[in-house]
Write a protein that binds this ligand. Structure first.
Ligand code: G3I
Length: 298
């Protein structure tokens, strides 16, 4: 039985991974993904710099290939990502006019969500908008539009595909008492109370050894602030014997945590160059990390 099937047996929607055609067309990635994972996130292919390379000119090659893989394998998709300061094309970063930036954000979200309307479980509408103190990160979105960029983006997203779950996603939300975690909780509660259509909080979960011990309490705080929540990009550098079990429990313990996504298949292909952070080794063999996940789902 796959880790995805075991996760579903626990009442969750999925256990997934990140991929794109450079991965699923090479090595044993496709076979491993089909055998183990029930959800996929596009590691890069749906980001703004890969899709709307210049204003109103779209390139869907990578995203379409990703969607075909997901559809062929009947996997849930988490779309990733719209409002993000990184992997943002220069033509967007240079906009300094409120009306123009509002239209550009609305059009990007509407165009992307309409293309795959009804086919995406949820979208990371916001990614990494907070700084480490829980305030707003400096970005073209915040600097030009103020906090209003959050409402503008979520409202456009809800209108474009009302069935898709709309997420706000961030990293370093791994300790409940950390200022950034508290900033996420405080702001999301406030935005939801104002009627901004946010369905979920995503905690990326890029961890180092021992950090997962705090994840269950952190997820309890995050999951209490929104209708649903998920661990969206998990990897653990130099994981100890308990880390992977703790991260699984962090989701299992929360009734509204819908699933866990790990950020890639094998260590060699991780964006993190050291610390062997994933579930499969360079020969595509499942590691003890994989067995810890299985044990936590037993
Ligand atoms: O597409 C270009 C290609 O044209 C060029 O030849 C090549 C040469 O370097 O670079 C390619 O772009 C790379 C891109 O991945 C696509 O492969 C970038 O250099 C590289 O920096 C980029 O890295 C990605 C990173 O986000 C960028 O911020 C990682 O693969 C991806 O795993 C990582 O994912 C992020 C999540 O989206 C958000 N949370 C953090 C997470 C880890 O950084």
């Amino acid at each position: 039985e796959s880790i995805h099937a075991k996760m579903v047996a626990k009442g969750k929607l999925y256990f997934g991974t990140a991929t794109d055609q450079n991965r699923f067309n090479t090595g044993s990635n496709a076979a491993i993904i089909k055998a183990n994972f029930g959800q996929v996130s596009p590691e890069n292919s749906m980001k703004w710099d890969q899709t709307e390379t210049s204003r109103d000119k779209y390139n869907y090659a990578g995203a379409d290939a990703f969607m075909k893989f997901a559809t062929d394998n009947k996997q849930l998709v988490r779309g990733h990502t719209f409002v993000w300061h990184s992997q943002l094309p220069g033509w967007v970063s240079q906009i300094n006019n409120k009306a123009t930036l509002t239209t550009v954000v609305q059009n990007h979200i509407t165009t992307m969500m309409t293309r795959w309307k009804g086919q995406i479980y949820g979208w990371d509408v916001m990614n990494e908008i907070f700084d480490e103190s829980g305030g707003f990160r400096s970005s073209v979105f915040y600097n030009v539009l103020g906090q209003d960029f959050v409402r503008i983006a979520f409202e456009a997203a809800r209108k474009a595909d009302p069935a898709a779950k709309l997420y706000i996603n961030d990293y370093n939300l791994d300790t409940a008492s950390y200022a950034k975690t508290q900033g996420m909780v405080r702001n999301v509660k406030n935005w939801i109370s104002q009627g901004i259509p946010i369905d979920g909080i995503g905690s990326q979960g890029h961890l180092t050894a021992g950090q997962a011990a705090n994840a269950p309490a952190a997820m309890a705080a995050l999951c209490a602030a929104a209708p649903e929540c998920a661990l969206t990009e998990v990897d653990i550098q130099n994981a100890n014997g308990q880390d992977w079990g703790n991260i699984v429990k962090a989701c299992l313990n929360q009734a509204n945590c819908v699933g866990i996504t790990v950020w890639g298949v094998r260590d060699t292909d991780s964006w993190r160059p050291s610390g062997n952070p994933l579930l499969f080794d360079s020969s595509y063999k499942p590691k003890s990390a994989y067995n810890q996940v299985l044990a936590a789902l037993a």
